[in-house]
Design a protein around this ligand. Structure first.
Ligand code: SF4
Length: 350
């Protein structure tokens, strides 16, 4: 007895593959473009709603394919306007995305996830305490963007202005789906969003930074730096042991020389760990090879982690020293803390 074939998720196919599949079904190839538009421009999740396709074709598609969309599961609303969304995936796992509205600056940012859990174990991060289950696929990433964009329009009357891959997971370890999703998010026959407004945030994998430079999807890059010497960085980010600061700086230099795209260092200030004047001087030394902006971020407490955020006066002195040494610095007060939606806090908690 033959087993029933598992239907294929049609969003895993490219346009040529959909065209070939239609030929096998005895359908004209021009239908592929129509299906493509439904899937990626209009975000359609049901073949029966593809109203410019003949009914028999819609039925054939329903019989042979599925569309693994994500479903809203839960939203939490911060007093500062930040909204944390949890989504249910087709196989029962859950991921989170955050909408961060800053109306005064006309900035509406979606922070999206690219993996269920994370294989890296940064000691300050809630996601790092979950083990990595799987990568998201391109459709699941695009869906997060489309849904958060719809939420921004509905609640604030404004579309997204920025997208950051800074949610759950390490984007350079989910490289294939992340690149495919960026292509679909930015393509004119996708969501049509400028790649210049997309930022990938990495914990730092030197060879993948070089690969990103070579592929150059025109996005910005953020390095979660958090310590400016190897011993300290090893102690909070084990990935640094195989990707030390020298290797990372070489890779970032290469990225900048090849792409000229913007590079940012994310630097969470921890009380008594990385917030001294000497730390600021070490950090400033890492800013001379190529232009970089430093975002100093307030730490958000994570259950089971005994690190504490820097007091404001220490954080200000740290930033002032960096500025004095010529660095471009922004101090970012964390947003969405009351709903565990801030940097490093995403962990599918109820
Ligand atoms: S900070 Fe990023 S890379 Fe590190 S464990 Fe958390 S999600 Fe993974």
């Amino acid at each position: 007895m033959g087993s029933t074939p598992v239907p294929i998720d049609i969003r895993q196919l490219d346009l040529d593959q959909i065209t070939a599949a239609l030929t096998n079904l005895g359908q004209p190839s021009f239908r592929a473009r129509q299906i493509w538009q439904w899937l990626w421009e209009k975000g359609c999740r049901d073949f029966q709603e593809m109203t410019n396709l003949p009914l028999p074709l819609r039925d054939q598609l329903t019989a042979h394919f599925v569309i693994h969309g994500i479903l809203p599961d839960k939203s939490q609303f911060s007093t500062d306007g930040t909204i944390k969304n949890r989504y249910l995936l087709h196989d029962g796992y859950k991921v989170e995305s955050v909408l961060i509205p800053v109306p005064d600056e006309d900035r509406y940012t979606a922070c999206v996830s690219c993996q269920v859990g994370c294989s890296l174990t940064c000691s300050f991060c809630a996601t790092g305490q979950m083990k990595r289950v799987r990568n998201l696929d391109q459709g699941e990433i695009v869906d997060q963007v489309a849904m958060v964009n719809a939420q921004a329009l509905e609640r604030f009357g404004h579309p997204l202005t920025n997208i950051v891959f800074m949610g759950m997971g390490e984007p350079l370890l989910a490289y294939g789906p992340v690149m495919q999703s960026i292509e679909r998010i930015s393509a004119p026959d996708g969501l049509g969003f400028s790649p210049k407004r997309i930022t990938l945030s990495t914990a730092g994998i030197a060879k993948m930074i070089r690969r990103l430079a070579d592929d150059n999807p025109k996005v910005n890059l953020a390095l979660s730096l958090h310590a400016a010497d190897d011993a300290k960085r090893n102690s909070i980010m084990p990935i640094n042991e195989q990707n030390n600061l020298e290797a990372l700086m070489d890779a970032l230099d290469y990225f900048y020389q090849v792409t000229r795209n913007r590079i940012t260092y994310e630097y969470i200030a921890f009380d008594g760990f990385n917030d001294s004047i000497e730390d600021a001087r070490n950090l400033a030394r890492l800013t001379h090879r190529f232009p970089v902006r430093i975002n100093i971020i307030e730490y958000n407490p994570v259950e089971g982690v005994d690190m504490v955020k820097s007091p404001i006066d220490r954080l200000d002195a740290f930033a002032a020293e960096l500025t004095r040494l010529g660095a471009t610095v922004t101090v970012r007060r964390s947003r969405g803390k009351d709903i565990d939606a801030a940097c490093g806090q995403l962990a599918n908690k109820d």
